[in-house]
Write a protein that binds this ligand. Structure first.
Ligand code: NAD
Ligand code: PRE
Length: 361
């Protein structure tokens, strides 16, 4: 792929543009908001200049409800050899495109399973898609050249292609993305009116569960409006589990020992099913869940501390597979959890200790 046109230079569009530009593709940027294009261009995502003629691939990265009309417009003005969208739902945009009378042979619906709770080009990174699944939903009518261009795009973004039927995709993301978004919002909503005494105790658990509750409501109303049935089905099952959990907790309050034992068994069953579900969440690169060992290091809140710790890990020849940071409330310090292969954890611990780092067990 030599050239691309990214239409919609927000979080996802600019991240795609940054990844393509970094790998030598000439990227043209377009957005209905000129400020977004200017920002994306200033970040090095591509050029504000329109292309001279059709580019190889147009990537439409606008909110789901606008995806079909924006795609149809791009096809009408013959902006590219192939057209791809990245909307979080796949059934409705395809049907809307067909309703608009658009030739869908040169269109491929796609969805990178990577994102953030922040919108706009300033939240974008070239690495956003690395090792993440990127769903492609070709049909029997999809032009092979367009499928190949899409596979090349996924490879350039260093993501992992996953081919799926559009409606099967929408049922899957109802479970793994759309319901989690609502549940995160529901838990965070309990905090909106909570007393300060409780809120100040927020630790890592609630931070993990509520990160995506900071997402843009307008975008999510749009996503959920295009996938209401499958999400309602999953949420109804969660609601039944919640009812049972409340009953089990009430039983734990009972004076009757037998009822208390039943309540404890009910709660344990929920927690064990949670363990089993969590164990199925794939690790990096879509591979089987990785059992990393964590080396926890105390750092002070000073510029350059993280860079120094990564440099020391690199010097010890250790590959850091994943990283998490826990901030200590009211202190200028934090705990960095470096996830590494179990075999190298002792090597890293010894090397960091030698360089003066404080390791927490
Ligand atoms: N945010 C995520 O985590 C995530 C992950 C995967 C896929 N997606 C999908 O990616 C798409 C973009 O999401 P985002 O998070 O980048 O949103 P965003 O709000 O950061 O960016 C959307 C951009 O589209 C522009 N836009 C709106 N209407 C337009 C139009 N008619 N023509 C041209 N530009 C227009 C906006 O000005 C904005 O810059 C959505 O379809 C979303 O479902 C989002
Ligand atoms: O990690 C996040 O912040 C996301 O919201 C990413 C996430 C997801 O649910 O995994 C959200 C919606 C997108 O359609 C794809 C990815």
């Amino acid at each position: 792929m030599r050239s691309a046109l990214v239409i919609g230079t927000g979080l996802i569009g600019t991240s795609v543009a940054l990844a393509l530009s970094a790998r030598g593709v000439r990227v043209h940027l377009e957005d209905r908001d000129p400020e977004q294009v200017r920002t994306a261009a200033a970040l090095g995502a591509g050029t504000e200049a329109p292309p001279d003629g059709p580019v190889d691939l147009a990537v439409v990265s606008v909110p789901p409800a606008l995806t079909a009309p924006v795609l149809a417009d791009a096809v009408r003005r013959e902006a590219a050899r192939g057209y791809l969208d990245v909307a979080s739902v796949k059934g409705r945009p395809r049907r809307e495109l067909a309703d608009l009378g658009c030739d869908t042979t040169r269109y491929l619906g796609s969805h990178p399973m990577a994102g953030r709770e922040r919108s706009g080009p300033l939240a974008a990174t070239a690495e956003l898609f690395e090792g993440r699944p990127w769903v492609l939903t070709p049909t029997a009518g999809t032009d092979t050249e367009v499928l190949n261009l899409a596979l090349e795009l996924v490879a350039l973004c260093r993501a992992v292609p996953v081919v799926m039927d559009a409606d099967a995709h929408d049922r899957a993301v109802a479970l793994v993305s759309h319901t989690p978004q609502l549940l995160s919002s529901l838990v965070a909503a309990r905090l909106a009116e909570a007393g300060e005494a409780a809120v100040r105790l927020c630790g890592q658990g609630i931070r993990d569960v509520t990160r995506i509750a900071a997402s843009d409501p307008a975008m999510w109303v749009d996503i959920l409006s295009a996938n209401p049935g499958p999400v309602a089905d999953v949420l109804a099952e969660v609601a039944a589990d919640l009812d049972e959990t409340v009953r089990a907790l009430r039983a734990l309050e009972s004076a009757d020992e037998h009822k208390r034992a039943g309540g404890a068994a009910g709660i344990e069953a929920v927690l064990r099913r949670g363990n089993a579900g969590r164990a199925r969440v794939p690790g990096k690169h879509g591979a089987a869940p990785a059992a990393y060992e964590t080396v926890a290091v105390l750092i002070s809140d000073r510029p350059g501390e993280l860079a120094r710790i990564f440099a020391d890990a690199g010097r010890a020849g250790v590959n850091v597979e994943d990283v998490r940071i826990e901030h200590a409330t009211g202190q200028q310090a934090g705990l960095v959890q470096l996830m590494v292969q179990p075999a190298v954890a002792p090597v890293l611990t010894a090397a960091l200790r030698e360089r003066g780092w404080s390791i927490r067990q």
